[in-house]
Design a binder for this molecule. Structure first.
Ligand code: GAP
Length: 459
């Protein structure tokens, strides 16, 4: 578990330090919607960049895509979302509060089934006021909107509830233009929308969120080893980026909790503070469900011609699906550390300091430039140093407060290195570089800084 006891702690930390704000806060906020601040957008972009590098740039068998959020309404008929992407809802007849019926049953240790008549037998009352609850209704989670000026049914479109459908509808386009042979994958990052009945736990479950999804197409006989390959690769990605091993685990879905498209699903779970192990990402065997359905509904044969076997068939799909927001939250809480005061300030009280031990590649700011004084020659030299470093790295300039306070500020936002420019720098043309984690300080020639950081950040 991280040093955080609850998510509330990270909510206020994330706000205080410019990572994540409540959406529309000046209007009282919009429930379950969040805005990434100056540091949050850097962190989340770095998470997405790291994912893209591992999934696309570093591989020959996966290519990228950026499909539109709005798609032909038939897509959602074919995908099964119009029919099956629903949550079971009940309303309290007294206090009018709305509940997820499956959650109410689970809380009582009852396996949720909603055959007609079942619900009444369960004798569940409103957890808030003990009032009587309505019958169970199916509530579709897709957001509906209108396309064009005329408000008739023909113009109804949906905000996509998952990004992968744009990959399936582009299967032939990508395969033909990129001359891809099976097995190969298509990856994309983008927003998805779900009208969740019970959003919550900060950015863990929101109605607008971002997914990082990859669909790997193969011959059905190869599926098992491909599933194993992705299971290992996706877990390794989180570990390589510094998440503690004890905070991650796999969870296999029971057959009766599988989504309508999946024949097997395995979650990667993270031990979120105050929540326990909860879904961070999924690996799904979607079989030939999606391409078969889209072939049926569109009339286009989404098949692959296997030259070796001299026959056509519909490829099977192993999907990897990671939530960019859930991943960003996991990296943030896992990196959060509190230490005894170490800034070395004179008269420094023994209080706790926060150090965000983010992996270097994820840190929002890579290098802080800290002139020891606001005097002109130091400012000028610091400015020159920043101009050079910012060509490759995200930097921050800070000249206010004692040097101890400034180190502390950078530790709190996870900056791996601080460059201090002092009066000696004017003479010896060198600066002091401080390491966030070891706190070791090294004197480095200004002319060698760029190469030094190149090695550290691998750019
Ligand atoms: N294409 C398959 C799919 O969408 P999913 O398990 O419904 O599968 C995949 O979602 C991932 O998307 C989840 O593991 C999670 O990281 C993220 N996700 C799903 N719903 C979310 C929500 N309401 N808020 C934030 N992230 C969400």
């Amino acid at each position: 578990m991280s040093k955080l006891e609850s998510l509330e702690h990270i909510v206020s930390f994330a706000k205080r330090r410019g990572f994540i704000f409540q959406s529309s806060e000046i209007y009282g906020g919009l429930s379950s919607c969040y805005d990434y601040g100056p540091l949050g957008v850097e962190l989340k972009n770095n998470v997405k960049k790291a994912w893209w590098k591992a999934m696309v740039q570093d591989r020959n068998d996966v290519v990228g895509l950026d499909a539109s959020i709005l798609m032909h309404p038939k897509v959602w008929e074919a995908s099964g979302h119009l029919e099956g992407f629903t949550d079971p809802l009940v309303d309290c007849k007294e206090c009018k509060k709305r509940w997820r019926a499956d959650h109410l049953l689970e809380a009582k240790g009852i396996k949720p089934t909603f055959e007609p008549g079942d619900w009444g037998n369960h004798k569940v009352r409103c957890p808030e006021c003990e009032g009587e609850l309505t019958e169970v209704r199916k509530f579709n989670l897709m957001f509906k909107t209108q396309m064009g000026a005329l408000e008739d049914e023909a113009d109804e479109v949906y905000l996509r509830p998952e990004t992968c459908q744009g990959i399936y509808t582009n299967f032939l386009n990508v395969q033909n233009t990129m001359r891809k042979k099976l097995p190969f994958g298509i990856a994309q990052i983008g927003k998805a929308f779900r009208n969740e009945i019970t959003p919550g736990h900060f950015t863990f479950r929101t109605r607008e969120f971002e997914q990082m999804e990859q669909q790997y197409f193969s011959h059905p006989d190869d599926k098992k080893k491909i599933f194993d390959m992705w299971q290992e690769a996706r877990m390794k990605w989180y570990l390589d980026l510094g998440i503690k091993k004890e905070n991650l685990q796999f969870r296999e879905h029971d057959p009766d909790e599988l989504a309508h498209y999946a024949s097997r699903a395995l979650d990667i779970e993270y031990n979120y503070p105050g929540m326990g192990f909860s879904e961070l990402a999924g690996i799904h065997d979607r079989g030939d469900w999606d391409l078969t359905r889209h072939s049926e509904f569109s009339g286009e044969k989404l098949e692959y011609f296997d030259q070796q076997e001299n026959k056509k068939y519909i490829p099977h799909i192993i999907e990897t699906s990671d939530g960019a927001d859930r991943a960003t939250l996991a990296f943030l809480v896992d990196a959060y550390d509190e230490v005894e005061t170490r800034s070395g300030e004179e008269g420094g009280k023994h209080e706790k300091e926060v150090v965000l031990r983010l992996h270097k590649s994820l840190a929002p700011i890579k290098v802080a430039i800290l002139p020891l004084s606001k005097k002109e020659p130091l400012q000028k030299l610091s400015d020159e140093i920043q101009t050079e470093l910012r060509q490759n790295l995200m930097t921050m300039y800070d000249e206010t407060g004692s040097i101890g306070k400034r180190y502390r500020r950078q530790d709190e936002i996870g900056t791996p290195y601080c460059v201090t420019v002092d009066f000696d720098s004017l003479e010896d043309k060198a600066v002091t570089v401080r390491d966030r984690d070891t706190m070791e300080q090294e004197r480095i020639k200004i002319g060698e800084l760029d190469r030094w950081f190149k090695e550290k950040f691998n750019f």
